[in-house]
Write a protein that binds this ligand. Structure first.
Ligand code: SAH
Ligand code: DHB
Ligand code: MG
Length: 244
């Protein structure tokens, strides 16, 4: 069984084994494959990045291809020259984002797990993006202050996709490292609907809810969140534009 199929089976398991829900997941995946085949087809570097991640035993939790293309388009619309990513994994989303940047652009991606970072660095080099994209190893809450102290940024685009319980802190750091006009995108804010449960004790859900509420309360931000379905199941993105 491929890692994608394993992941799909796991997600279907999480949804329960009711036939109707499995049929729904199959339909979501079929539509994702149709869109991806036409609008976000894999090329050699993207396929190689996923294959190398799989071979190294990384979990199959990268953004879907059409989601990667969405990040790429958003960074392009943003006219981004600098991108900060929190949560690299094997660098699949990193490749999509780095490809939106001009030749003298700069992407810094923060990754806790040294094994993930090593796979990502090799994938970025193989994609010809090692001159643009850098992976820094360490817990993001340790490496973000270093970035600020270095005078890195302001970043035009921030993609938050790491440990979800720290999402409120990542929003705070994104605000320190951006400028008016920057865009902050956060992955996995729905998690099969769990975000709407105020009684949840799941640290990831609690963290994501606190982050959404912090986005809502911050007059420096204009934010929204959207639900998505597809090969990755039922999930969603939050988007926040820095106003001031
Ligand atoms: N953005 C990637 C997927 C990231 S998966 C893509 O779509 O292709 C989440 C990653 O965050 C994992 O590699 C995990 O090791 C990393 N992570 C978890 N906790 C972290 C932390 N405290 N600091 C930095 N990275 C962390
Ligand atoms: C998980 C993390 C992700 O960033 C993602 O996109 C999907 C799943 C996870 O930790 O299960
Ligand atoms: Mg994610």
């Amino acid at each position: 069984m491929s890692q994608e199929e394993q992941g799909q089976q796991k997600r279907q398991g999480q949804q329960g084994h009711e036939g109707q829900e499995e049929g729904q997941q199959a339909r979501w995946s079929a539509v994702d494959h149709y869109f991806t085949d036409h609008l976000a087809p894999a090329d050699e570097a993207l396929s190689a990045a996923l294959a190398a991640s799989d071979a190294a035993g990384l979990p199959a939790i990268a953004v879907a291809p059409n989601q990667g293309k969405l990040l790429h388009l958003l960074a392009g619309v943003q006219g981004a020259r600098t991108v900060l990513e929190i949560g690299t994994l094997g660098g699949y989303s990193t490749i999509w984002l780095a490809r939106a940047l001009p030749g003298d652009g700069r992407l810094i991606s923060l990754e806790y797990d040294p094994a993930h970072a090593e796979v990502a660095r090799a994938n970025l080099a193989h994609a010809g993006l090692d001159g643009i994209a850098e992976v820094r190893t360490g817990a993001a809450l340790d490496t973000l202050p270093v970035l600020l102290a270095e005078g890195a940024g302001p970043f035009d685009f921030v993609f938050v996709d790491a440990d979800k319980q720290n999402n409120p802190h990542y929003l705070e750091w994104a605000l320190k490292l951006t400028r008016p006009g920057s865009l902050i995108v956060v992955d996995n804010v729905v998690r099969n609907g769990a975000v709407a449960d105020p009684g949840s004790t799941d640290p990831g859900v609690v963290g994501t809810r606190r982050m959404i509420e912090a986005m809502a309360e911050n007059p420096r931000l204009s934010a929204t969140a959207v639900q998505t379905v597809g090969t990755k199941g039922y999930d969603g993105f939050a988007l926040a534009r820095v106003l001031a």
